[in-house]
Structure formats: C-alpha cells, structure tokens
Write a protein that binds this ligand. Structure first.
Ligand SMILES: Cc1cc2nc3c(=O)[nH]c(=O)nc-3n(C[C@H](O)[C@H](O)[C@H](O)COP(=O)(O)OP(=O)(O)OC[C@H]3O[C@@H](n4cnc5c(N)ncnc54)[C@H](O)[C@@H]3O)c2cc1C
Length: 291
C-alpha cells in the first residue's frame, strides 16, 4: 500500500507551512519519523498525500540562549539535547529524560518536537519540559505565538495544534539560577523501549531549607501529560522535610488517575511507584538546587 505520495524537505518555516497548506490532500509534518512512520506502516495513521520534513529547517534545529531563556528547536534530535552543554547547565531533568528515550538509534533521529506533538500522556521529553516550565513556540497562519506547554493537550495523542495548519518551532525554558534544580526519573519494563510505565519530573527553587517554588509533572496519570498542582501547593513555601514530602505524595496520589494497562502495569503498581518516584526526584532536585 502507498503510505504517502509526495515527500517535501522544507528549508524554512514558511516553506513548511505553505507546503502543508497547499497540499492537494492530507498532509502531515514529519521530523525523525520514529512515531509517524510506524503509525503509517502499522495502519494506526491513514495514508497521507504529503509528508513535510522539518528536520533541516535552520530555525528549528538550534539550541541557544535568547533573551534570558534557553531555546531548543523542535527539530533538534534527542541525542543533541543530551549532549548540549546549555541544556546540561539549565535543564538537568530534560537531559535525563531525553537520554532515556529509546536507544541510541532512536535518539539520533527522534526529535523533542515530535515527542511533544505526539501528545502521549507519558512522553518522557514532554514530562520533563512541563516540570521545567517550558513554553512552546508555534507558527501558523496567524503568525508566531507562544503557549505554556500544559495548555497544548486535549487528550491521548491529541494536541491543540491545528493539523495541517500549525507547527511547533521550539521551546523556551527559563534559565537556571543557582538556587534551582530539576530531576527526572521513570519506571520502564526491563525489556521495554517505547513508553514508560510511569515518569515524573520535578523542578525546585529554594532558599536555605525552604521550598520557594516547585513544579511537578507526572505521566501517565490521566489522559494528558499533566502538572500535579495540589502536590506543588503542599510543598510551596514549606521547609523540606520527610513530613512535607509525605503530604505531597498524598496529594499527588489523590490528583492522579492511574490506569491498568494489559502490557505495562496495574494501576496499583503505578500508584505505589508514584510515591517512590516523587520522593526520589524531589530529593535529587533538592540536592541540585543547593549548588
Ligand atoms: C523503538 C522506539 C522506542 C521509543 N522509546 C521512547 C521512550 O522511551 N520514551 C518516549 O517518550 N518515546 C519513545 N518513543 C517514541 C518516539 O521516539 C518519540 O516520541 C520521538 O521523540 C518522536 O519524535 P520524531 O521526531 O521521531 O517524531 P515524528 O515521528 O516525526 O512525528 C511524531 C508526530 O509529531 C508530529 N510532529 C513532528 N514534528 C512536529 C513539529 N515540529 N510540529 C508539529 N508537529 C510535529 C508529526 O506530524 C507526528 O504526528 C520510542 C519510539 C520507538 C520507535
């Protein structure tokens, strides 16, 4: 079966958008192709007329500091995210998440933008970006605009991006101050390579032994990748202690909605491990925020 008819390698954002808009049939963006090509091949995505490849668009492949923010292009492959000194300095949780995705072959081609756009509730890159307070930069017919990442999702595999009209240009992350730190951990089946049983990321800002601010993200704990606002609320402004961490675990579990999935894990296992992961990432982010 023919899975696509035309393949266009875009050289700019305008080129990519115009090709999407003017395609004579269904058109889809493609970056690393590690999700989309399998979906097309295995019939989870209907055949398309045009694939628009954004992996060589210069504006989408840079990692740089821009006006007090770290910019990571949506088409940056995950291995470059892991190896970037800028990402290592400002976004430890993202380095940890990107470094765990797939294996070396997948990371050489899969992109951060593809991970976010695929909209899985437990995309590893997505969960780390949420805790880091990332904003997505989006280009479409009405120009370029930014959106907090948590506003981007509608349901499993569904984002707010207008199909065939918009694309993710990249992500803006706050740069790290001395009293801030982040961490990411996940649970995976030993032989698993595709998607986590559970993943959790934390970002903390501290003063002495007080948690000045905190962001937590967890997946899969509902239909979309999500922050844990109640647990954040419990932690914010408190002294870090075993008691406050225990309360945060209670809030996180009350907010989250875990599912039993036949090939991965039971809801009970996920619930139990969420508490363990939260303790772990809080501890690591806390230690990092001291340096
Ligand atoms: C063997 C294997 C192991 C994997 N392991 C993991 C894992 O451990 N953790 C994990 O989270 N994921 C994993 N994945 C999933 C996948 O690799 C990631 O989600 C990857 O980051 C997708 O990026 P991509 O560039 O390949 O996306 P593509 O397949 O090119 O695109 C995915 C979707 O995003 C859209 N898209 C791509 N770029 C843009 C853009 N700039 N703007 C708007 N839409 C866009 C496409 O239209 C498509 O709908 C694995 C996949 C495989 C095959």
């Amino acid at each position: 079966m023919i899975l696509w008819k035309d393949y266009h390698l875009a050289h700019s954002i305008e080129d990519a958008l115009e090709t999407l808009w003017n395609a004579p049939g269904p058109a889809r963006l493609i970056a690393g192709g590690t999700d989309l090509l399998l979906d097309l091949q295995q019939g989870r995505h209907p055949p398309v007329h045009t694939l628009v490849d954004v992996s060589a668009v210069p504006e989408m492949t840079s990692i740089e500091l821009r006006r007090e923010k770290l910019f990571i292009g949506a088409a940056v492959p995950l291995n470059r995210v892991v190896l970037s000194p800028l990402v290592q300095e400002h976004a430890e949780a993202l380095v940890e998440a990107a470094g765990l995705i797939g294996g070396p072959q997948v990371r050489n081609t899969a992109t951060l933008g593809g991970n976010v756009a695929h909209a899985l509730p437990a995309g590893d890159g997505t969960i780390a970006l949420l805790a880091l307070g990332a904003q997505a930069e989006i280009a479409g017919g009405s120009g370029i605009y930014r959106s907090p990442l948590e506003d981007l999702y509608l349901g499993p595999g569904r984002s707010r991006l207008a199909t065939q009209e918009e694309l993710l240009v990249g992500f803006y992350l706050p740069i790290r101050s001395k009293n801030e730190g982040s961490a990411f951990q996940r649970i995976m089946r030993p032989q698993g390579v595709a998607i986590a049983i559970l993943n959790l990321a934390a970002w903390i800002r501290r003063r002495g032994d007080v948690i000045l601010d905190v962001r937590l993200a967890i997946g899969p704990a509902g239909p979309i990748p999500r922050r844990s606002n109640e647990a954040e609320h419990v932690l914010r402004g408190k002294k870090m202690s075993p008691e406050v961490r225990e309360k945060a675990v209670g809030s996180l579990l009350a907010e989250a909605s875990f599912r039993t999935s036949p090939h991965r894990a039971t809801a009970e296992y996920r619930k139990y491990m969420a508490g363990v992961l939260l303790e772990n990432v809080l501890e690591t982010a806390w230690q990092r925020s001291a340096s």
